[in-house]
Write a protein that binds this ligand. Structure first.
Ligand code: EPU
Length: 302
């Protein structure tokens, strides 16, 4: 029996949905990429534990794709199993100023719900269209805040299917990086937020969102900032002074609003994007001496 047949014979819970040959372009904000051999929306921890064991037993590559907001999928797709977390894996529980949130919850959803609860600390997250799990792994951030700053501990699943709770320090949050990628899947985070006034928190959240839409593209398909910022500088600024805004390869173009965004303007392929990334890296290096490193995750490039 091959792994696809074995997977299709597993008796998952009612709300877990499994599909084969799923186009990944529609699950990414870039709108780019081929098919995943298998794609599953997992609704319970028990089903996720079954998949962890399946992954070990069959040695099938697995990728948890969150909201696909920081992801470039290869034109050939992904020969493995893509997982998205839904249902109880996206739950949210508020107990005073302590919030437990599932990795499948969206960051904008979390930000809005916290403002309604009069809890401050995640106002910056309204403009980041990712999942909590992705934000933990990437230590997503904006406007001087990073998600890891409000996290007290994180529960992850190991590839045995067992759960493990890590402290803030054990999660090893750094700039756009953490130690959490080493585990099979991030499950929940516990956040410590600050009590505050609903109107003030909402106003701060909306101000930061306005700042985002004034300085970053948000209509065209993109995967957020393409490059990490070098120490004490902005990759967008370096791309800008290198004269690369508006540069286009195939259907991919450097945003004219913010240099660190690559837009899928006209059915761009993943190769168009990677060619543009290489072009930017070469020209920024020549102009400024700085080597830009990509921030966007890649899937299916082998
Ligand atoms: N700038 C330019 N030209 C550009 C872009 C920026 O001159 O094309 C200048 C701006 O005028 C400003 C400076 O560079 O003086 C910094 O720009 P900005 O405030 O936009 O911040 P950034 O460093 O370019 C970072 C994060 C963003 C986050 C913003 C806002 C990274 C790689 N980028 O961008 O995060 O939204 O700050 O806080 O850390 C992301 O990680 O995906 C992302 C978009």
């Amino acid at each position: 029996m091959n792994w696809k047949d074995a997977l299709s014979q597993i008796d998952f819970q009612q709300h877990t949905r499994l599909r084969f040959q799923e186009p990944l372009a529609k699950h990414t904000h870039f709108g780019i990429g081929g098919e995943a051999t298998a794609y599953i929306e997992v609704s319970t921890i028990d089903d996720l534990a079954i998949l962890a064991q399946f992954h070990r037993e069959w040695k099938v590559p697995v990728a948890v794709i969150g909201k696909g907001s920081n992801l470039l999928v290869s034109d050939k797709g992904f020969n493995g199993l893509c997982i998205r977390l839904i249902g109880e894996l996206a739950n949210l529980d508020v107990d005073g100023t302590i919030v437990t949130v599932g990795a499948g919850q969206s960051l904008p959803g979390l930000s809005k719900l916290m403002s309604k609860n009069g809890l401050s600390g995640v106002e910056f997250a309204l403009g980041i269209p990712g999942s909590v799990g992705g934000a933990l792994i990437m230590n997503a951030g904006a406007w001087g805040s990073s998600f890891g700053d409000v996290v007290t501990d994180v529960t992850v699943m190991q590839d045995t299917g067992e759960l493990l709770t890590l402290t803030h320090d054990e999660a090893q949050f750094e700039y756009r990086h953490s130690g959490l990628e080493a585990y099979f899947c991030v499950i929940t985070a516990t956040l410590k937020l600050q009590p505050g006034d609903v109107d003030e928190i909402t106003s701060k959240m909306n101000t930061l969102f306005k700042q985002k839409i004034e300085t970053q593209p948000f209509v065209e398909e993109n995967a957020g900032c393409m490059f990490k910022n070098p120490p004490d500088d902005s990759a967008g600024r370096l791309i800008d002074i290198s004269g690369l805004k508006g540069h286009r390869i195939g259907g991919a173009e450097v945003s004219t609003i913010h240099g660190n965004f690559i837009l899928n303007l006209d059915n761009a392929t993943a190769n168009d994007v990677l060619d543009l990334v290489a072009y930017i890296q070469k020209h920024v290096k020549e102009k400024t001496g700085i080597s830009l490193q990509t921030e966007v995750k890649r899937l299916g490039f082998g």
